[in-house]
Every structure is written in structure tokens, then in C-alpha cells.
Design a protein around this ligand. Structure first.
Ligand code: AGP
Length: 607
């Protein structure tokens, strides 16, 4: 989604800004631009890829202070004019903005009444115009920004440069912004990954923080003018630059990294002798775990599917009611919060606005939330203050793969830890732990020989739609498989619990309709088999993901993809992989940009 990069120092800002934008590209965007201060403010902006922008900057723009942006359109189409930065009517202020100005219509109206002409259709442009009007009254930049933000409703990660002041002013409210401290230079970004090549010493601004950046460094204050308590964080190595290596795309690289990522996720967390798990970040004693009345899991997209697996694992192993919720709905449904319950916010990026809002809502109502997060020190991780890092390592492809597996695995670890305090024996715990430790090797084994993926791809790419079915833990895998194929291959997909198929989607089946069925050899196998028969009776083409050696089931398939045998609850960690490969190969065959699918963003920072 939208990304911000900024630079204040002694070096030429332009190449640093363009490189910063390149590092933000993985997040998804549709236009980009830079503003550099020299004699006045020079702006370059362009729809399309950063490559197009850099081709446009033919003459060297001299200047050591600048801001840059990748835009993911919300208000106004993705064109050159709506791209950021936006310049004020008098040319004295340029801004880049992430987030949404909710009262922008009213603000635009007021500005127009004052004779200010607006150039773009965006909500963001009003910020530049308002700051310029405030500066014209004689206010200093920090005072001007602070004043105008008091009139704004919405969210912002804001950066402003000025023609008459050697300063950058930044502000955060609900949209991440990080300041990187270099030697005699300061960097700004909405994404800490983009800062890693310059510095590891960073300051994550809190909501309500503003910062004044100049030749002396920077000063972070609150909206009230008081000093902020925001402290330095030293970024871990794993945030560093991610290279493709031998792989053509990040998605396939990340699919192959799943085994190692899973090892990292489990490492040091299992206690074989006691048959349990220790997730230190939970900060919960066994007695506290025993007292938990219910668990609610909250997430979006792929993370929601991991939550649905977590729901089943927690109920099965810990015998505690658990429910997975769509974060964007949970936030506004005035849910009843029990302060004794556990709420788990699940997110790869840790920046998803819907999930972050749900976390804040739960906390406001007296509930406690634990994060199940990949990106260390991200907004949700910091907002929760406790939880579990899933340790997938950086995930660059928009389509989430290795994070899904590690989110599901972390939730299974949580279910084992909770279950051991309440319901099952050490022996059962040891069995689960042993089985979990075998999964990474099984993933490697499967990926070395993934079966007839190409045949499955041929069956789905020309289809009007693809139906994904599964029962129990395989129902969320079906949803995840459908989401993956839809988001990168742009093929309409539907996912249903297999038993629900006959209540509606069966109407779509005709001769040759591809149906992807996830059917491990678990207690629900024969139920799923009946649903396969129902599909076949209507001429559907069955692409079956099943367990190695399960010939009884394999015989029913048109295309049969076998994964290694595993314990039922752990099967999603294996059965999901063929669905990822099908999506990847289908998108490739259709000529799509696999890592950066259209309209999507890696981290969705608007509600
Ligand atoms: C995954 O392939 C999707 N791109 C998307 O659904 C994603 O999982 C969702 O936006 C949630 O992101 P998060 O895990 O960073 O919160």
C-alpha cells in the first residue's frame, strides 16, 4: 500500500529517495513521486512503476532534503496528477501522505471558498494547502502542521518539505512512520525494511507524534507540544535486504522457504520431556491459562484463514471455545469483550489497519490482546505489547505463503501449550510435538517432487470459476487456496466447507468444472469422499490434494496430488503447499506479475 520515504542530510537526496521507493515497491502501489528542496521545491511524479519515475528524472535534481511516495489509490484514479507529492497553491509546501482524511470534502469546500484551487482529486492535497495557509500567517513549520492536524479527522503518516525552511516535518496518526538516525543524516520511512541499508537505529513514531527534522538531527514531540516518550529501537538483522537468489520470483522463493521458516518458528519453543510448549512472549502462567473462558482470533485474508485453523486446534486440543473473526467486521460490531478472555491478533505485516483497529477496540473495552505477528516491532506488535513472533523472515511477495504456515503453526503451538494446562496428557503432547518437528522435512520432501501441478494449472486457467472444498482444518486451507489463485491469477474462485457445497454452489457445476478438494486421511475423509462423488456426478473435474498412499481416495481424482502423511491437525502445513504452487504456476502461465498483483497491497494500512 502507500509508502513514504524521506531524506535529510548532506548527500544528493534524489538517488537515495528513488532507491527508497524501490524498497517500498513490494508493498503494492500504482504511482510514485519525489519532491526535493533546492531553490524552491522540485517535484517529479508519475503513474505506474518507480522505473517510469526514474526514467523521467533525466536531469540531476540537486538538493539534500527530499520526500518520496508510492501511492495506492483510494481517492481519485491512479494518474500523474493524483500521485504524491502534492504542492501547495503558493509552491511553498509539498507533502506526501499515507492514510485517509475523512473530513476532506468539508476541508476542500472551505479551501475553495477561500479561493484556493485544488489540482487533484485526492483527500491528501488539502494538507499541503492548509499548511501553506498557516505558514502565510507567519507560523513556523512545526506549529503550522500541528495546528492544521487539529482540524483533520482521519489517519496520517505525513511528511512535509518547505521552500523557505531547511526542515522536514513528519507526523503520525494511525499510519506507520519510522525515523532512521544516521551519521549527520536522517531517514524517514513508513516501512522499517526500507531503512535497513542506511541505519539500524530507528524511532517508531507513536500516534499523535510529530517530528521536526533539520541539520541538528530531529526532535519528536506530541500534538500538545510536549516531548514524546518514543525511544530508539535497534533493528534486527533479519529485516535486511532480501534477494531473489536463484529464484525468479519472491513467491516461489518463499514457498520453498517454508520448511526452514517453520523450523525457526518451532525452534526452542517445545519442551519434549513435559510434552508441552513454551511461548515466552505470552507472559501467561499455567494457572492463568487454565482460567481463560474463551479465545477470539482476529485477522484478515490469509491471516484470517490461519485464525480459522487456530480456532479448530484450540477447541480440539485445549477444549476451550474459540472463534475466528474477520477484523474489519469485528471492529464495528460492538462485540462483547470479556476481560478474562484471550484475544489473538494475527498479522504478517503487523500494520493491517483493520486488525489494528480491532485491537484498539478490544483494549478500549478492557480486553487484552496478544499479537501473532511476523514483522518485529510493527504497529500491532507494539500495540499489543505481548504475543508471539512467528519468525517467517521477511515476506516480499504480496501473496502470503510462508507467513500462513507459520501463523498456523504458532497457533497450533499455542493450542498445545494451553491444552497441556487443561486437557491432554504429556504423552499426547510429546506425540504432537514429534509430529510437528517432522513437518519441515516433509515439506522439503514434497517440494522436491510436487506432482502434477502443471496438469492442475491447465484445468483451472481456462475455467469460468474454480471451486475449492475441504472439511475441518481443510476448510480454511480450501479458502486459502482459493484466495491465492484469485489474487494472483485473477481467476474467480470460491471456497466452501465441502458439506455446504450441496446447499448452493453445486448449482455452478457442469461438465469439466474444476473442483480442488483438500482431503487428508483424517476423520472427515469419508464425508469428503461423498462430496467428491456429488461433484463427479455432475461432470466436475476433481483436482484432489490427499495423503501419500491413500489410493482409495486417489482413485476418485482426475488429477491427484499427494502430500506426505501427517497428523490431522497438522495437515494444513502440507496440504496448503500444492494450492500455492497451482496459484503461482497459473499466474505465471497467464503472464501476470506474480509478486505484485494488480490492485493489491502487501500491507493494507487503510480501513
Ligand atoms: C495474502 O495473500 C493477502 N495478500 C492478504 O489477504 C493478507 O493476508 C491480508 O491483507 C492480511 O495481511 P496481514 O497478515 O499483514 O495482516
Amino acid at each position: 500500500m502507500c509508502g513514504i520515504f524521506g531524506y535529510y542530510g548532506r548527500r544528493d537526496a534524489t538517488p537515495i529517495l528513488v532507491e527508497g521507493l524501490r524498497r517500498l515497491e513490494y508493498r503494492g502501489y500504482d504511482s510514485s513521486g519525489i519532491a526535493v528542496k533546492n531553490n524552491g521545491i522540485n517535484i517529479y511524479k508519475k503513474s505506474g512503476k518507480v522505473e517510469r519515475l526514474s526514467e523521467m528524472i533525466t536531469t540531476e535534481v540537486e538538493g539534500t532534503i527530499g520526500i518520496a511516495h508510492t501511492r495506492w489509490a483510494t481517492h481519485g484514479e491512479a494518474n500523474d496528477i493524483n500521485a504524491h507529492p502534492h504542492l501547495s497553491f503558493d509552491g511553498k509546501v509539498a507533502i506526501v501522505h499515507n492514510g485517509i482524511i475523512e473530513n476532506f470534502r468539508e476541508v476542500r469546500r472551505n479551501l475553495t471558498q477561500k479561493g484556493v484551487e485544488l489540482n487533484s482529486e485526492t483527500d491528501s492535497e488539502v494538507l499541503a494547502q492548509l499548511i501553506a495557509l498557516e505558514l502565510a500567517k507567519g507560523s513556523k513549520p512545526i506549529v503550522a502542521v500541528r495546528r492544521i492536524l487539529k482540524r483533520i479527522h482521519g489517519t496520517w503518516g505525513l511528511c512535509a518539505v518547505f521552500s523557505d525552511h531547511d526542515q522536514i516535518i513528519v507526523a503520525r496518526n494511525g499510519s506507520p512512520l519510522v525515523i532512521g538516525k544516521g551519521t549527520d543524516e536522517t531517514f524517514i520511512s513508513s516501512d522499517p525494511h526500507a531503512l535497513m541499508e542506511h541505519t539500524q537505529e530507528v524511532y517508531f513514531l507513536e500516534d499523535g507524534d510529530l517530528a521536526e527534522i533539520d541539520h541538528t538531527g530531529f526532535k519528536i514531540t506530541r500534538m500538545s507540544g510536549q516531548l514524546s516518550s518514543t525511544e530508539v529501537t535497534v533493528l534486527e538483522e533479519e529485516w535486511g535486504e532480501v534477494e531473489l537468489g536463484e529464484y525468479p520470483h519472491f513467491m516461489i522463493k518463499e514457498i520453498h522457504e517454508q520448511a526452514e521458516a517453520l523450523r525457526q518458528c518451532i525452534a526452542g519453543r517445545t519442551r519434549h520431556k513435559q510434552g508441552t510448549v513454551k511461548l515466552g512472549g505470552l507472559k501467561l502462567t499455567p494457572a492463568e491459562m487454565r482460567a481463560i473462558p474463551h479465545v477470539r482470533l482476529i485477522g484478515c485474508g490469509t491471516s484470517l484463514h490461519a485464525c480459522q485453523i487456530g480456532q479448530i486446534a484450540i477447541e480440539e486440543l485445549a477444549r476451550v471455545p474459540a472463534v475466528a473473526h474477520v477484523a474489519s467486521e469485528f471492529r464495528y460490531n460492538n462485540s462483547v469483550i470479556n476481560p478474562k478472555a484471550i484475544h489473538l491478533a494475527v498479522s504478517q505485516s503487523g500494520e493491517t489497519a483493520d486488525t489494528l483497529s480491532a485491537v484498539k477496540e478490544i483494549q478500549l473495552k478492557g480486553g487484552s490482546v496478544w499479537g501473532i505477528i511476523n514483522v518485529v516491532a510493527s504497529s500491532i506488535a507494539r500495540q499489543c505489547g505481548m504475543g508471539v513472533y512467528i519468525h517467517s523472515g521477511p515476506e516480499q511477495a504480496v501473496a502470503s505463503t510462508k507467513a500462513f504456515s507459520n501463523m498456523a503453526a504458532s497457533l497450533i503451538l499455542f493450542a498445545i501449550q494451553m491444552g497441556r494446562t487443561r486437557s491432554f496428557s504429556a504423552e499426547r503432547g510429546r506425540e504432537l510435538i514429534d509430529n510437528l518437528h517432522t513437518i519441515p522435512g516433509q515439506i522439503e520432501k514434497y517440494l522436491a517432487n510436487p506432482g502434477p501441478i502443471a496438469e492442475a494449472v491447465d484445468a483451472v486457467i481456462g475455467a469460468k470459476s474454480v471451486l475449492f472444498l475441504g472439511r475441518g482444518v481443510s476448510a480454511p486451507v480450501a479458502r486459502e487456496g482459493a484466495l491465492k489463485l484469485m489474487e494472483i491469477a485473477y481467476i474467480p474462485c470460491m471456497a466452501y466447507p465441502a458439506g455446504e457445497m450441496k446447499h448452493g454452489p453445486i448449482a455452478l457445476l457442469e461438465k469439466g468444472s474444476p473442483v480442488v478438494v483438500i482431503a487428508p486421511n483424517d476423520k472427515l475423509k469419508y464425508k469428503t469422499l461423498s462430496n467428491i462423488q456429488e461433484c463427479k456426478a455432475r461432470g466436475a473435474k476433481i483436482i484432489l490434494i490427499h495423503e501419500e498412499g491413500d489410493d482409495e481416495l486417489a482413485e476418485e481424482a482426475d488429477i491427484s496430488i499427494a502430500v506426505p502423511k501427517s497428523e490431522g491437525l497438522l495437515s494444513p502445513l502440507l496440504t496448503v503447499i500444492p494450492t500455492q504452487l497451482i496459484a503461482y504456476q497459473a499466474a505465471l502461465k497467464l503472464g501476470h506479475d506474480v509478486d505484485r498483483p494488480r490492485n493489491l497491497a502487501k500491507s493494507v494500512t487503510v480501513e
